[in-house]
Design a protein around this ligand. Structure first.
Ligand code: GAR
Length: 193
């Protein structure tokens, strides 16, 4: 482990959680460095946000019809060559293979917009609304070899209000995420839980 732990943040989209974490690193509230932001999507808004902050970025596109391990190889290479200690998934919408997770045991962290094990998958906010749930929330967990699964480190509930749409609920969930993710990373990285 580096004296200042080095993070690779993996994204596919907007990158608002990536930005919250990178800002926490920058203002010292999280004693870590964002070594690289990696996206499978070359058009991700999060790549522009990272570049604006002066953070190195890498695009690792997935090719159709290619085994997932092969698609992940450039990501593993970025992580290894940059001496990364922790892999932080922040809206990375590809499922990582068991072999990727075994390369970095206990070192891959994910945030998911529900109280897992409720509403796993790519549409957790929409699914919670469609189910008529009273509340949903946010989970931060260590990634194991199953999807949206692994030791839960932090959860925080968000109520679902009458008249909520996917947009209003997502905004409430994002506000929780931006606070909870940097704080929980600090706990995981520095309190050795
Ligand atoms: C976040 O809400 C995150 O919890 C979710 O994607 C969003 C990314 O937003 N992740 C998943 O659904 C993973 N299954 P962002 O790009 O603005 O950080």
């Amino acid at each position: 482990m580096n004296a200042t732990p080095r993070l690779a943040i993996l994204i596919s989209g907007t990158g608002s959680n990536m930005e919250a974490i990178a800002r926490a690193c920058r203002d010292g509230s999280l004693d870590a460095k964002t070594a690289v932001v990696i996206s499978d999507n070359p058009n991700a808004e999060g790549l522009r946000r990272a570049r604006r902050m002066g953070i190195d970025t890498a695009v690792c596109r997935y090719r159709r019809g290619v085994p997932r391990e092969e698609n992940e190889a450039p990501i593993v290479e970025e992580i290894r060559s940059r001496g990364v200690d922790w892999i932080v998934l922040a809206g990375f919408m590809k499922v990582l293979t068991p072999s990727f997770v075994r390369e970095f045991p206990g070192r891959v962290i994910n945030i998911h917009p529900s109280i897992l094990p409720a509403f796993p998958g790519a549409h957790a906010i929409r699914d919670a609304l469609a189910a008529g749930a009273d509340f949903t929330g946010v989970t931060v967990h260590i990634v194991d070899e199953l999807v949206d699964h692994g030791p839960i480190i932090a959860q925080e509930e968000a109520s679902i209000l009458p008249g909520d749409t996917e947009e209003t609920l997502a905004a409430r969930i994002h506000a929780i995420e931006h606070r909870l993710y940097p704080r929980t990373l600090r706990q995981i990285i520095h309190e050795d839980i």
